[in-house]
Design a protein around this ligand. Structure first.
Ligand code: ZN
Length: 127
């Protein structure tokens, strides 16, 4: 992802220094973006980083994994960064057997039968 700085006039005609970011879209190839076109997301649990942008040609959103060095470079040039964390459910202790296809079918049937659905819910509340 090569970056360079260029001077452009902003909305009010002032000269603004803006980093030009060259990234590639799988459909359109290399495209030129500015720092406001790109977003960075970093997972705070494992430090995995990715950047995303909407391709100016095909308008599809492109998401790519990035090394910490690239993330640092993007953020330093003014790209805004969001952080996210893995769902807390990943740390829960799992008990019981995994859900099977039959369990899903049974659940589906219960959802369409109000009486048995209410019974199943009251069992959960009692137990
Ligand atoms: Zn594209």
């Amino acid at each position: 992802m090569p970056m360079e700085t260029c001077k452009r006039k902003d909305d009010r005609g002032r000269i603004a220094t803006m980093a030009t970011i060259r990234a590639s879209c799988e459909t359109c190839g290399d495209v030129e973006l500015t720092t406001v076109d790109v977003r960075v997301r970093v997972c705070i649990n494992d430090n995995r980083g990715e950047y995303s942008f909407r391709c100016p040609l095909c308008e599809m959103t492109v998401v790519k994994a990035a090394e910490p060095r690239t993330i640092d470079l993007l953020v330093a040039s003014g790209v805004s960064m969001d952080t996210w964390s893995l769902p807390a459910e990943l740390n829960e202790t799992k008990i019981g057997r995994p859900i099977s296809h039959d369990d899903l079918l049974e659940f589906h049937d219960k959802l369409h039968d109000t009486t048995s659905w209410n019974e199943a819910l009251s069992h959960l509340l009692d137990g």
